[in-house]
Structures are given as C-alpha cells and as structure tokens.
Design a protein around this ligand. Structure first.
Ligand SMILES: C[S@@+](CC[C@H](N)C(=O)[O-])C[C@H]1O[C@@H](n2cnc3c(N)ncnc32)[C@H](O)[C@@H]1O
Length: 274
C-alpha cells in the first residue's frame, strides 16, 4: 500500500494504512457534510490522491463507513467528556490525527498515542518527513498489548494514573487474543471515576462474510459479541455501557446522505464509563 519504506511493518500494522485510506477517501470524495473530516489522512499515507480514490472505490461501503463512524462517534464522546478530563489515551493509534488536527486547541489536554513499536516508529518518521508540527501535548507510548504492560508503558511517559482519562481503542480488538483484551480493559476499568472508553468489536457474524471474501489479507483473532464485550467491560469495572446502535448511528450520522454509506453490520463501537 505504501511506497516501500515500511519494510519492518507486518500485515497487522498495515491495517492502519487501510483505516487511514478510508478516512482519506471520505475526506476527498465523501458527500457533504462529511461524517469525519480528517484532512491529515491523505498526507500521512504514502499514496497519491488518485491511489487513495482507486483504493476506496474498491472498499465495501460499510467498511468505509465503519472507519469514519467510529472516529466521529469517539471524538463526539470525547468532546462531551472534555470538561471532566485532561488525558486522552489512543490505544492502537495507527495514523490517528486527532492531535495534529487539534493543534493549539488541545490546550491542557495531553494525548498519549499508544501503538506497537515498529508502527509508531514509522509514524513518527513520516510526520518528520512531512515537516508537520506535532503539538507539545503529544506523548508517544510504544507498547505491544500482547507482551507489555500498558500501565508501565504509560507511566514512563508521564501518564497521571490518579486522574481520569478518555480512552479510544478503535479497530484493534479483532487482532488480539482475549487475554490481551481483558488485560488492557482491566487497566482501563481501574481508571478513576468519570473515565471513559470507546472500543470497537468485530462480531461473530463477520466470520462468514470474511470466509466468502477470501482475499482479506489479515487474520482476525477475536470475534466478540456485544454481550461478551459488555460482560468484559463490567468485569473490568465499567458501569454505563452505551453501544452506538444502528438506529442511533443512522439518526445521528447517516440520515440523508448521498454517498451511499451504510451502517456496518458486524462492527460495533461501544462507549463505557467508569
Ligand atoms: C486497523 S488499525 C487502527 C488504527 C486506528 N485506531 C484507526 O482507527 O485508524 C490497528 C492498529 O492496531 C495496532 N496494533 C495491532 N496489534 C497491536 C498490538 N499487539 N499492540 C499494539 N498495537 C497493536 C496496529 O499497529 C494498528 O495501528
């Protein structure tokens, strides 16, 4: 997908390029009003605008929708929570551009971008190559969820464990074992009251779809139902669990659109508050 400087990256890392390419495609071609306006996505990718358009033309509309819907839902929830917290932890950040888009408007908000070390190194280099200014409020936190302690990784970058935070974990759980998911959720659920997470799941119904679409390059490890994730979140310490239902997504984000974006069938964003 990119032009060759990503030799150290695995297929799972490259999924971050796909997610960003879908946001970039929406930015370049999506109907107004955009669901999510990520003006940095086209730049961060090592792809021309034509290559992005070519890629997005082949992507099923529900997949393209899932990437912009989850980011929009998350940032809407984050904006609503902003008054009660000053830390945003982006788990499996990929090419997330929240900090770049916010710039000085971050004010006192510290953004902790957590990702697997090889991908994070790629992203930092890319930002440098482009000459983009990373706000001083960004902390890069290298961490492999399968092998490292998120607690220690964040502590090393100045995370205030006794203060509430907002956490996003978008498009990642399907690549992880249940054990790694539970470990990270346990850390998240132990945050102080008022902390909030938005996590996405790929539901078991997607298994059949993926078998039919034999070309999918990346292996999914965990298919999780809403019921199972709700149990995991409760066990971890979250109380209010609020999925973005199909009805709510249609009403809030998709009504009247002319670009054909549709609700993803088996991908769900779930918000939960400690
Ligand atoms: C599909 S991308 C999603 C990126 C971003 N959240 C988004 O919505 O655009 C998956 C991300 O999860 C990260 N990831 C996958 N497995 C991981 C692991 N074991 N530890 C840390 N990060 C991981 C990848 O590096 C990649 O950035």
């Amino acid at each position: 997908m990119s032009s060759g400087s990503d030799g150290a990256l695995s297929e799972v890392h490259r999924t971050a390029f796909m997610a960003a390419a879908m946001r970039a495609g929406h930015f370049l071609e999506g109907a107004e009003p955009k669901i999510f306006r990520d003006q940095f996505a086209p730049q961060l990718l090592e792809m021309s605008d034509d290559e992005i358009r070519e890629f997005t033309a082949k992507v099923p509309l529900e997949m393209a929708a899932s990437c912009v819907l989850r980011s929009r839902f998350t940032e809407d929830r984050l904006a609503a929570a902003r008054g009660r917290l000053n830390q945003y932890v982006v788990l499996g950040a990929g090419l997330d551009s929240y900090a770049l888009r916010m710039g000085d408007a971050l004010e006192s908000m510290i953004v902790f971008e957590v990702d697997d070390p090889p991908f994070q190194a790629w992203k930092k280099k890319r930002i440098e190559q482009l000459g983009l200014k990373t706000p001083g409020q960004v902390r890069y936190v290298p961490c492999d969820f399968e092998r490292m302690s998120i607690d220690q990784a964040l502590a090393a970058q100045g995370f205030a464990a006794d203060e509430p935070c907002f956490i996003s974990w978008l498009g990642v759980t399907q690549y992880l074992t249940r054990e790694a998911i539970r470990t990270t959720l346990r850390w998240a659920g132990e945050r102080p009251a008022g902390s909030e997470i938005v996590v996405t799941i790929v539901e078991p119904g997607a298994q059949e779809q993926r078998r039919a679409r034999a070309s999918d390059p990346v292996h999914f490890v965990s298919f999780i139902s809403l019921e199972e994730m709700s149990d995991m979140l409760r066990e971890a310490g979250f109380s209010r669990i609020e999925p973005l239902t199909q009805v709510a997504a249609r009403e809030a984000y998709l009504k009247g659109r002319t670009d054909g974006l549709i609700i993803p069938e088996f991908q769900l964003s779930i918000a939960a508050i400690v």
